[in-house]
Every structure is written in C-alpha cells, then in structure tokens.
Design a protein around this ligand. Structure first.
Ligand SMILES: *Cc1c(COP(=O)(O)O)cnc(C)c1O
Length: 238
C-alpha cells in the first residue's frame, strides 16, 4: 500500500473515532513517526499532506534533516528519550520537543534555546505506567511538581501539554485506563492555571491504540507503522 493510501485510511479512522466520541476530527493532530525511514519517505508523506513529523533519535535525524530543509512548513518533533548532553543539538535541529522529563533536561534545553534565540514548544512526558524501563516523569514522585514549579524560570521553553507512551499490550483496550488517567492529570493541571503553562496538547496513542486514545481525550496521535509500514531495523520499536 502506498503512503497516500495508508494515510487516507488512518485519517478516515481518526475522523470516525472523533465523531463517535462527539469530537471534531480537526481537533486531532496526526503526528507521523518517521523514525528509521529515509528522507524520501518523509517527503512522500509531506507530499501526501502531512506536516507534523516525529523522530526519536538525534543522531538519526541529524543525518536526514539536511535533505529536508526545503519543507519549510513542516514541524519536527523530538519524541524519544533525551540525554542532557544532546540538549543543545536537539534544540537546534528540532522545532518541538515532546519528551521533556526532568528539570535538569529542561534547564539545558532552555539555555540552548536562549543561545539560539528561539522559543521552543515542549511537552512534559509522563511515565503513566510507572515502568522502570521507560522515560517520562513518574506520578508517584515530586518530579512533575518540580518541573511545573521550574516553568517560570524557563522562559525560552513554551510548555503546552503532556505526552505519554502507556505499557505495550497486543490488546489496545489495555491502554484505555492509562489514557483515562492521563486525561485526568491533564485537566487537573489545566484547572490550576499555572503561570506560563498552557494545556493545549495531550499526545497519546500509536498505530495500535490511537482510536482508543481519541475516545479518551488525545489531541495528538503519534503514528508510524500504520502510515509508513513495519520498521525493519532492530530495536526500533521505541
Ligand atoms: C515509535 C513511536 C511511535 C509510533 O509507533 P507505531 O506503533 O509505529 O505507530 C509513537 N510514539 C513514540 C514515542 C515512538 O517512539
């Protein structure tokens, strides 16, 4: 199946899931996860109408962006775990960073953004399943509060919401309670009207569970396989 065809299918299902849950399809941003795929495929997805892309490795993306600079209105989102020593390079290459998960990382990104003279839209990643092997702030610690408290000192980051990857299961229904909990956390933070924190984006749902994520309040779904096909490289699931 071509990218155009698989994209049309995904968009149909996003629209159907939105309407079923009383939401407008335009409220949902489709972020295309292009990790492991070459620039040619990204360009094909762009030509098919996609504008929002996600990559999870700085190194890999730095090798691809060179041939994609002409796609001026594309957004490039970092969605993978970030080492603080990659903060400067990440701030330079990406337009959005969706995986901020510590005050330390946020401070490094803020400094890098100041050096670059830009303001970077970011999301806080939550480890909603409290999995040892996953990144994201844990809800059973003070990490989230620490980050929210640090926001006023990080004026070159634009805090816009939350992102999560729930524990993987072959049965997408298993994701539902995690998505529901994320939506509660999201609304609880929004209700506090914290200075410089906007709650606009709730990024959750991947190829196997995005319809459920939409039912549970996602405003952004991150989809790789269902658009580009299976990834071949080893260890590239996340
Ligand atoms: C790879 C990845 C996705 C997309 O996964 P698919 O199952 O291919 O849709 C979404 N989010 C993150 C953080 C990822 O690393």
């Amino acid at each position: 199946m071509s990218i155009t065809e698989s994209l049309a299918r995904v968009q149909e299902r996003i629209a159907a899931a939105s309407l079923r849950s009383g939401r407008k399809p335009e409220e949902i941003t489709l972020l295309a996860v292009s990790k492991t795929f070459p620039p040619g495929q990204i360009r094909a997805a762009y030509d098919a109408g996609l504008r929002v892309f996600g990559e999870n490795r700085v190194q890999e993306f730095s090798g691809k962006i060179g041939s994609l600079h002409d796609l001026r209105d594309a957004e490039w989102h970092m969605i993978g775990h970030l080492q603080t020593n990659k903060a400067a390079q990440t701030a330079e290459l990406f337009s959005h960073i969706d995986s901020v998960d510590s005050v330390r990382l946020a401070r490094k990104l803020n400094s890098a953004a100041i050096d670059l003279g830009k303001k970077i839209p970011v999301l806080i990643e939550i480890n909603i399943g409290a999995e040892a092997a996953k990144s994201g702030v844990a809800l059973d610690s003070t990490e989230l509060e620490d980050l929210l408290n640090a926001v006023p000192d990080l004026p070159s980051l634009d805090f816009r919401g939350l992102m999560t990857v729930p524990p993987f299961s072959d049965d997408p229904e298993q994701s539902r309670p995690y998505f529901r909990k994320m939506c509660e956390v999201f609304h609880r933070i929004a209700a506090r009207r914290l200075p410089a924190v906007q709650m606009l984006t709730l990024s959750m749902g991947m190829s196997h569970d995005y319809e459920i994520a939409i039912q549970e309040g996602a405003t952004c779904v991150r989809i790789g396989t269902a658009i580009f096909g299976e990834r071949r490289s080893l260890g590239s699931k996340l």
